[in-house]
Design a protein around this ligand. Structure first.
Ligand SMILES: Nc1ncnc2c1ncn2[C@@H]1O[C@H](COP(=O)(O)OP(=O)(O)OP(=O)(O)O)[C@@H](O)[C@H]1O
Length: 248
């Protein structure tokens, strides 16, 4: 099951310049990292894919189901940049409540919540009130909430921003463990982190795809003299520079 953008054009206001124009993209299997400078259109792309905003032209589909359909929004989970705790709820109740909001029976929502928490490695925190969770645990709680209703595609907007290195590692490991069942598109500014877990990399600038391919193909852009620890950052810079030179 994958999300396809076909000739999508989107502007925030009818009279504004479009952020995406005639944009075509198909989300590959596994974990895809979405890179791009500030204002490239990453969040806009994720919001369109989540069905929270609609294109002016073109179509966004999940195996032929349009993004306007209820079944589309059930199959696609979107994690915004900030996960708000609900102080009165435990982690388990929070996830079950999300399932209930999506139309699940209360008993099913509780059952599915336990499985979703297990998938993000939060079983031990199931009875902890959400405002007592750490920043990294809160992000994983957000992922559990999006997984509770049998999500096929997970969209994450800078989920590792503000996390310390240990929390980022745990978060990435959790994402990597989900990719056998869920396709994931994750935006980030954390270029170096991605080299470890991403299957694919897409680079966006000014609403255009500069590069999309496997991580190996992405890293092949690394200049020869660069130390391995800097490879992803250097590959990203090389792709941006190549485009800058071509369009300049
Ligand atoms: N609600 C909005 N109304 C009008 N313009 C917007 C709105 N949200 C974003 N934009 C504009 O759309 C463009 C793309 O923004 P978007 O947030 O998608 O980029 P981004 O790649 O996610 O950036 P960042 O890395 O800074 O989060 C920017 O020029 C931004 O100013």
């Amino acid at each position: 099951m994958t999300i396809r953008f076909d000739n999508v054009t989107y502007a925030y206001r009818r009279w504004n310049r479009p952020i995406l124009t005639d944009f075509t993209y198909s989300l590959p299997a596994g974990l895809t990292v979405l890179l791009g400078p500030n204002g490239a259109g990453k969040s806009t792309l994720l919001k369109l894919a989540a069905g929270t905003v609609r294109p002016a032209h073109g179509t966004i589909t999940l195996d032929d189901v349009p993004s306007t359909a209820r079944s589309y929004r059930h199959a696609v989970g979107w994690l915004p940049q900030h996960v708000q705790p609900m102080p009165q709820l435990t982690a388990r109740e929070y996830v079950a409540y999300t399932g209930w909001l999506k139309g699940m029976a209360t008993s099913t929502a509780h059952e599915k919540a336990a499985t979703a928490l297990e998938r993000v490695d939060l079983t031990e925190q199931a009875e902890v009130k959400t405002h007592r969770l750490s920043g990294g645990q809160l992000r994983r709680l957000g992922v559990a909430a999006t997984l509770v209703h049998d999500t096929q595609v997970l969209l994450l907007d800078e989920p590792t921003a503000g996390l310390d290195p240990q929390q980022r590692r745990t978060f990435r490991n959790v994402l990597a463990s989900l990719t056998d069942q869920v396709r994931i598109l994750m935006s980030t500014h954390d270029t170096q982190d991605l080299a470890e877990e991403a299957d694919h990399v897409t680079v966006l600038r000014a609403g255009r795809i500069l590069h999309t391919g496997t991580s190996k193909e992405f890293l092949a852009h690394t200049p020869a003299s660069v130390a391995p620890g800097r490879a992803a950052e250097a590959a990203y810079t090389a792709i941006l520079n190549r485009d800058g030179n071509a369009s300049g």
